[in-house]
Design a binder for this molecule. Structure first.
Ligand code: FAD
Ligand code: DHB
Length: 392
């Protein structure tokens, strides 16, 4: 098989890249090791930055998001039994969309297939070869189990943290930066209308909690739990009572609605960056290159931004014969990546209770939260990063 751009992974990064390349008249083939149903059901992120929502609209994928998603103009920070609202348009002129990653993936797959795009499901890439030559190749196992080869001009690895793309870069050219946190998130989906109009990020002595949503009738909630937690240790009753305790307001003026839990999963928390994000004709994008802890909702957005940059670089390469965009990709992407790494690390450190924290550390967190509540520039800094910095 031969194509112009071989894309490994049909997550949001790989699919959006394939879609953008199609709009620019550049051919691609997407290899995905899972089946379509699995890709469309995997529960993950829910917040889309202002600029990424715009990019979805501009590429013809905004209609369902604008009809069924929610525009959110703020979030609530809840701590010491009080709530404080961060007003995004007032502080930044921007907003975010609540629109699930699963829905973005569903729309992208449907659109690629309607446009005649090639997504090979149940086709696992096993090796990337010849990236220092002009004819790189991806070896993959076809759905029938045979070994096949995809030849191309460029390979883009959008194959997530556990893919083969990152490990295909020669060790001597790569640096990695890593931080593992001593806690995880237990995430649930529940058939109950959200108990809030905007997301609530709660800091509590018992640990962090987040109230998000998927629709008028489905809530998405997260609890900080110790690393290595098994969902079996968390009965539905235990989850609801722990959430209620962490969200409680001192005046008792708020009540958490409960309902049947339809999905439970654990997300480990880590920060991770690979530098550079390119070697020869192999590019890394999304979780293949970097991981952020989910506080601040940057993972999906970073993945989408990476491929927006790459698609423009590839467009220039084929429309104008100019490789400047591709040559600048790694440095340009990494500037945004490190900003998001810092923001996610900072939000995580501010809102979670570290088992090793001292009473002094706890006071530091509370003091900073009070500062955000009292001081407009401090709140603006949070809002700028959360809604997505246009200039980075
Ligand atoms: P992925 O979505 O991981 O897609 C990679 C794709 O590559 C997968 O479909 C995989 O099957 C495929 N693949 C892997 N190896 C191969 C191979 N060898 N051959 C072929 N295909 C391969 N972010 C937030 O902002 N908020 C959240 O609440 C949140 N929750 C998360 C929960 C979990 C469990 C995880 C893992 C991530 C979460 N994230 C969250 C992060 C966010 O979902 C990711 O940043 C986003 O999915 C990145 O998209 P991607 O396309 O780069 O990678
Ligand atoms: C969601 C996930 C996040 O990590 C976050 O910060 C906000 C919302 C969500 O899944 O809805």
């Amino acid at each position: 098989m031969r194509t112009t751009v071989a894309i490994i992974g049909a997550g949001p990064a790989g699919l959006f890249l394939s879609h953008l390349l199609h709009l620019h008249g550049v051919d691609s083939v997407v290899l995905e090791r899972r089946d379509r149903d699995y890709c469309e059901r995997r529960q993950r992120a829910g917040v889309v930055e202002h600029g990424v929502a715009e990019a979805l609209r501009e590429s013809g994928l905004g209609r369902r998001m604008d009809r069924e998603g929610f525009r959110h103009d703020g979030i609530e920070l809840r701590f010491d039994g009080r709530g404080h609202r961060i007003d995004f348009p007032d502080l930044t002129g921007r907003h975010v969309m609540i629109w699930a990653q699963t829905e973005i993936v569903k729309d992208l797959i449907a659109r690629r297939l309607a446009d005649g795009g090639q997504i090979l499901f149940e086709a696992e890439a096993t090796a990337v070869e010849g990236v220092e030559s002009e004819r790189p190749r991806v070896r993959f196992a076809s759905p029938e189990g045979d070994e096949d080869v995809l030849e191309c001009d460029y390979v883009v690895a959008c194959d997530g943290f556990h893919g083969i793309g990152r490990t295909s870069l020669p060790e001597e050219v790569v640096s990695t930066y890593d931080k593992v946190y001593p806690f995880a998130w237990l995430g649930i989906l529940a058939d109950v209308p959200p108990s809030c109009d905007e997301l609530i990020y709660a800091r509590h002595e018992r640990g962090f909690a987040l109230h998000s949503m998927r629709s008028e009738t489905v809530s998405r909630l997260y609890l900080q739990v110790p690393a290595e937690t098994d969902t079996a240790a968390w009965s539905d009753d235990r989850i609801w009572s722990e959430l209620a305790a962490r969200f409680e307001l001192a005046d008792g003026a708020w009540k958490l609605g409960t309902g049947p839990i339809t999905d439970k999963s654990i997300t480990p928390m880590r920060s991770f960056v690979t530098e550079p994000m390119r070697h020869g004709r192999l590019f890394l994008a999304g979780d293949a290159a970097h991981i952020v802890p989910p506080t601040g909702a940057k993972g999906l957005n970073l993945a989408m931004r990476d491929v927006m940059l790459l698609a423009e670089g590839l467009r220039r390469r084929y429309a104008e014969g100019d490789t400047a965009g591709l040559d600048a990709y790694s440095d340009t992407a990494l500037r945004r990546v490190w900003r998001a790494e810092h923001f996610s690390y900072w939000m995580t450190s501010l809102m979670h209770t570290d088992p090793a924290a001292t009473p002094f550390d706890n006071r530091m967190q509370r003091s900073y939260l009070e500062h955000i509540a009292a001081c407009r520039p401090a709140a603006a800094q949070l809002a700028e990063n959360y809604t997505g910095l246009p200039e980075v």
